[in-house]
Design a protein around this ligand. Structure first.
Ligand code: ISL
Ligand code: CA
Length: 540
C-alpha cells in the first residue's frame, strides 16, 4: 500500500462559493478556481478536495443536491468543470469531489416523485413512515432541527431527515436507489475524477426498526443510525461496483467513528481508503459543540497517539468548512506575532504526523474567525437555526458566543487574496462578508514576506513531499507528560525526524532529544522555545 498516490500527496480543500469569483456576482465559481491553479501548484499541493459543485437550492450550501450530474448554475457549466479537471491534471494535481449520498435535496426529482403517492416507483428511495398518535414515528432529533421527521400532507406520512427538512435521507435498503447512486459515481469516474470525499457516509444505514432513542423529548440517537451492520455491506458493494479496477480513492466523513470500530471500514483493501474522525474537533466542546471548553494539551496528545496507533493511515487536519478557523481556535491571535508563529506551529504539529494532510483554504495564510455581530451577516443554516431556537428560549447570548467561536460561517468568509476591495475575491458584493482583517492577512502580501505563514506552508509541504521519513516513518510520542510541549519522533529505516511544539503562551526549555540539524523552526532561541514556538530537526 506504500505508493498509493493518496498517501503521498498533500490535499487542499476548496469551498468553491468562497474561493474566487470570476464574474462579479459575488459568488465563487469554477472559472475562479481555474484562475488560481498556478497558486495551488506553487504551494505544492498534490490533490484538491472540492466541496459540492452540483445543482442545489443551497439550503445547506450545496450539501442538498438537486441533480448529481449537473453543475450549480452559479458555479458555471460542465464545460467549466471539464476545463478545471484538465487544468488540475496538467499540473499533476488530483481532484476528488464531494459525494453527498446520505440525503438529497427535497427538490431532487427522486424526492418529487417519491412524495407524490405511496405507490410511486421512487416512494421507497426515501424513508417514509406512519406517525404514532399524530406524532413523529420516533423521537430522533436531527443535526439541524429538533425533530428528524417532517410530515407530508400529500400522503399523510412522515419522512426522515438527519439534517434539515430540505435534506431527506435516501433509503440505502432500496437496491434500485443504490444502483442509481453507483451508476452516477461511475459516470464521474469515467469523466476522470480521482476520488470522492463521502459526506456523513457512516450514517447511511439506519436500524431498520427505527427505535426510539433513550431520553425525553427529541433525542440525538446515533446508536441507531451510525455504524450499523448494513453499512459495511453497502460500502463493500460500492467498493466493488465503483472502485475496483480504478486508481481512485475515497475518504469517508465517518461521523461517530472511534478507535475501536475504525478498522472495520479502513485498512488494506477495506471499504474506505481514508476516514475523517472528529475527536480533535470535538475536544473543545462540553456535550454540545456550542459549549466551548479550553484546549487541553494532554487530551490532545492522548487522541493523537491513540489514532496514530489505532489505524495504519490517518487523515491530518485542523479544520474544514464546518469548523472555525484553526488559528483562532487552537493557536493564538493575541498579537500579530503570535498569530503568525502559532499558525506555523499548528502546521508543524499536525502535518508531519503519519497520514495524509488536508489543508482547508485560507489556513495557509492564517485566516481567523469572523467578528460576526448581526444575524443578517450569517448564512449557515446550522447557526441560523440555533439562533432561532435560542431566541425562543431566551439564550441568545449563549448562542452568539457559540456562533462566534464555533459557527461554520467562520470558515466560509471569502478567501483573502490581496488588499484590494473585497480582498480580491470579487468585484461585486460578496455573498458573505469578507473578514475586515484582509488588508493585513492576504495571499499577495504573504507571498512577498519570506517569514509569512504562507511561505512556511510551502516550505513544509516541500519538506514533506521530499521526505521518506515524514511520509512513511512510524510515530512515537515523546514527553507524554510535558505540560507545554507536544513532541514526537518519526522514524524510517533508522533515520529520525523530531518535531517539538510549544502549545502554551509561556517559554519552554527545549528538551535535549530534539537537538539536531534544524529543518523548520520559529521561536526557537538557543535552548528555549518561545510561546507557540516549534522546532523540527533531523537526528544527528
Ligand atoms: O458541522 C457539524 C457540526 O456543527 C457537523 O456535525 C456536520 O454537520 C457533520 O460533520 C456532517 O457534515 C457534513 O454533512 C452535512 C453538511 O452540512 C456539512 O457541511 C458536511 O460537511 C450535511 O450534508
Ligand atoms: Ca461568480
Amino acid at each position: 500500500m506504500k505508493g498509493s498516490w493518496w498517501k503521498e500527496r498533500f490535499f487542499y480543500q476548496i469551498y468553491p462559493r468562497s474561493f474566487q469569483d470570476s464574474n462579479g456576482d459575488g459568488i465563487g465559481d469554477l472559472k475562479g478556481i481555474i484562475q488560481r491553479l498556478d497558486y495551488l501548484k506553487w504551494l505544492g499541493v498534490g490533490a484538491v478536495w472540492l466541496c459540492p459543485v452540483y445543482d442545489s437550492p443551497n439550503a445547506d450550501m450545496g450539501y442538498d443536491i438537486r441533480d448529481y450530474e449537473k453543475i450549480m448554475e452559479e458555479f458555471g457549466t460542465m464545460e467549466d468543470f471539464d476545463e478545471l479537471l484538465e487544468g488540475l491534471h496538467q499540473r499533476d494535481i488530483k481532484l476528488i469531489m464531494d459525494l453527498v449520498v446520505n440525503h438529497s435535496s427535497d427538490e431532487h426529482k427522486w424526492f418529487i416523485e417519491s412524495r407524490k403517492d405511496k405507490l410511486n416507483p421512487y416512494r421507497d428511495y426515501y424513508i417514509w413512515r406512519d406517525g404514532k398518535d399524530g406524532h413523529e414515528p420516533n423521537n430522533w432529533s436531527s443535526f439541524f432541527t429538533p425533530s428528524a421527521w417532517s410530515y407530508d400532507e400529500q400522503t399523510e406520512q412522515w419522512y426522515l431527515h438527519l439534517f434539515s427538512e430540505k435534506q431527506p435521507d435516501l433509503n440505502w435498503a432500496n437496491e434500485n436507489m443504490r444502483q442509481d447512486i453507483f451508476d452516477m459515481i461511475n459516470r464521474w469516474f469515467d469523466k476522470g475524477v480521482d476520488g470522492f470525499r463521502m459526506d456523513v457516509i457512516s450514517v447511511i444505514a439506519k436500524n431498520p426498526a427505527l427505535p426510539d432513542g433513550v431520553g425525553d423529548g427529541y433525542v440525538f440517537a446515533p446508536e441507531h443510525f451510525a455504524f450499523q451492520p448494513k453499512l459495511h455491506e453497502y460500502l463493500r458493494e460500492m467498493r466493488q461496483k465503483c472502485f475496483d479496477g480504478r486508481n481512485c480513492m475515497c475518504v469517508g466523513e465517518t461521523s461517530f467513528v472511534n478507535t475501536c470500530n475504525a478498522n472495520s471500514v479502513v485498512g488494506d483493501g477495506r471499504e474506505l481508503d481514508l476516514l475523517f474522525q472528529f475527536d480533535i474537533m470535538d475536544m473543545d466542546g462540553a456535550g454540545s459543540k456550542w459549549d466551548t471548553i479550553p484546549f487541553d494539551l494532554s487530551k490532545f496528545k492522548e487522541i493523537i497517539s491513540a489514532w496514530q496507533q489505532a489505524i495504519d493511515w490517518n487523515t491530518l487536519f485542523w479544520g474544514n468548512h464546518d469548523q472555525p478557523r484553526s488559528v483562532s481556535r487552537f493557536g493564538s491571535t493575541a498579537s500579530e506575532e503570535l498569530r503568525i508563529r502559532s499558525a506555523k506551529m499548528l502546521a508543524a504539529a499536525m502535518y508531519l504526523l503519519r497520514g495524509t494532510p488536508f489543508l482547508y483554504q485560507g489556513e495557509e495564510i492564517g485566516m481567523t474567525n469572523m467578528p460576526f455581530e448581526r444575524k443578517d451577516q450569517l448564512r449557515d443554516i446550522e447557526s441560523l437555526n440555533l439562533l432561532r431556537e435560542a431566541e425562543r428560549d431566551g439564550r441568545t447570548t449563549w448562542a452568539w458566543n457559540g456562533i462566534r467561536s464555533k459557527g461554520r460561517d467562520n470558515a466560509r468568509t471569502p478567501m483573502q487574496w490581496d488588499d484590494t476591495p473585497n480582498a480580491g475575491f470579487t468585484s461585486g458584493t460578496p455573498w458573505i462578508e469578507v473578514n475586515p482583517n484582509y488588508p493585513a492577512i492576504n495571499v499577495a502580501s504573504a507571498m512577498e514576506d519570506k517569514e509569512s505563514i504562507l511561505c512556511f506552508y510551502r516550505e513544509l509541504i516541500a519538506l514533506r513531499n521530499a521526505s521518506e521519513i515524514l511520509k512513511w516513518g512510524d510515530f512515537e510520542l515523546l514527553l507524554p507528560e510535558h505540560p507545554q510541549l507536544f513532541a514526537y519522533r518519526r522514524t524510517y529505516e533508522n533515520k529520525s525526524v523530531f518535531i517539538c511544539c510549544n502549545f502554551s503562551d509561556g517559554d519552554a526549555a527545549l528538551p535535549e532529544e530534539v537537538l539536531g540539524e534544524i529543518l523548520l523552526a520559529d521561536g526557537a532561541l538557543g535552548s528555549n522555545l518561545a510561546p507557540y514556538g516549534f522546532i523540527v530537526t533531523a537526528a544527528q
